[in-house]
Design a protein around this ligand. Structure first.
Ligand code: NAG
Ligand code: NAG
Length: 351
């Protein structure tokens, strides 16, 4: 199923991108049919291991190194339910950074939320503790993830801020992360640039499936009926269209006021854990986060989650590098390395 979904996603993306004039359909389709190339694979030593209970795949360069290497731990996207990471990303990172762990956290629905977040914390903690045995400098490890993997990367960094028994994470790289489920009426949600599989409805439905809830709750959630007014007031300082820069909300219209439905709130309570909505973390946590690189895409319903988190980090004096890909859409990472979408690789300077 994952590979079918991925192929459909790619094909759909190809059609859509072609119709938007982003790039030529045949070029994209050719890449898809060619599959992902295994360039440089022989230069890597790949090992499947377990960090605690969590399966991980480790990529180590075969060539010897005089000094300890930098390391990356990566959490793939796929709504916590499917997916694995793009081979191109692995190659790119491995090639640049040299040592690399991909955490294959256990998926929902077989493993109930928050197993995925806990697995990511376990894998990261283990890697920070044992880095030297892989030739990695424990003080130069970054945590990285795309989409739902970006959520896991964010919450992992938040959960580890106060830990003094393990080395500090050097930086976090968040690629179009999902970061909050309070407000689905932000400008980028309204824009609903549903390139790929990621329309607003589909996203909310995925969230509900991930939590093993019924998709019929979607309408109420989209309307905002899952949030009591007191909660909206409490968090408007962090999640509100007023916090989005003008240039990103040209066609934005404030939504109709929602009528609160307590049963829906009760059903969706997990959505307000900071693990699930890391934008709700207190300043005491956010202010201690490592250097951050956030990547947002213009054609992405999650664009504003990234913009809001960027603002929160900056307001808390965390060093943030921000890359906004004007022609990018959700899932654009799949095309990394094909030369059409070249990726701003300056995040590597964070290391
Ligand atoms: C870390 O410590 C601060 C107080 O210094 C506290 O407010 C915060 O909740 C703690 N965070 C976590 C994730 O334990
Ligand atoms: C979002 O886009 C999808 C696909 O184009 C469409 O079916 C849906 O009605 C749109 N939703 C909103 C709220 O605009």
């Amino acid at each position: 199923l994952p590979s079918i979904l991925q192929l459909r996603h790619l094909e759909w993306t190809a059609n859509k991108s072609a119709s938007l004039g982003i790039c030529k359909k045949h070029v994209l389709m050719r890449m898809i049919s060619n599959g992902l190339r295994a360039r440089r694979a022989s230069e890597l030593l790949v090992k499947d291991l377990h960090f605690g209970e969590v399966p991980v795949r480790i990529y180590l360069p075969r060539s010897p190194s005089a000094s300890k290497r930098r390391g990356v731990i990566l959490f793939h996207g796929g709504c916590g339910m499917y997916g694995s990471i793009s081979k191109e990303l692995k190659e790119k990172i491995t090639w640049k950074v040299l040592s690399f762990i991909s955490s294959r956290y256990r998926l929902s629905p077989e493993h109930r939320y928050p197993t995925q977040s806990l697995d990511c914390v376990t894998a990261t903690t283990h890697f920070l503790r044992t880095a030297e045995s892989y030739g990695v400098d424990p003080d130069r490890i970054i945590v990285c993830g795309d989409s739902a993997g970006g959520t896991f990367a964010t919450s992992t960094c938040q959960e580890l801020v106060n830990r003094t028994d393990i080395p500090k994470i050097r930086a976090q790289l968040l690629i179009y992360p999902f970061l909050q489920s309070l407000n689905f009426n932000l400008p980028s949600h309204q824009k609903n640039a549903s390139i790929g599989l990621m329309s607003l409805e589909r996203m909310v439905c995925f969230i509900l499936m991930y939590l093993r809830k019924d998709c019929s709750l979607m309408e109420a959630i989209l309307a905002g009926s899952h949030i009591p007014e007191s909660m909206n007031l409490k968090y408007r300082k962090w999640i509100h269209p007023d916090l989005i820069p003008e240039k990103f909300k040209q066609d934005y219209k404030p939504p109709l006021p929602a009528s609160y439905i307590p049963q829906v709130h009760e059903e969706t309570k997990e959505m307000f854990d900071t693990r699930f909505s890391p934008l709700l973390a207190e300043d005491a946590v956010v202010g201690h986060l490592p250097d951050t690189c956030i990547i947002t895409c213009e054609h992405d319903v999650l664009r504003d989650d990234g913009l809001l988190y960027k603002k929160r980090l900056e307001d808390n004096n965390v060093k943030v590098t921000w890359c906004h890909i004007e022609e990018g859409f959700h899932g654009v990472l799949c095309f990394l390395g094909y030369g059409i979408f070249s990726f701003p690789s300056n995040f590597c300077s964070l290391l």
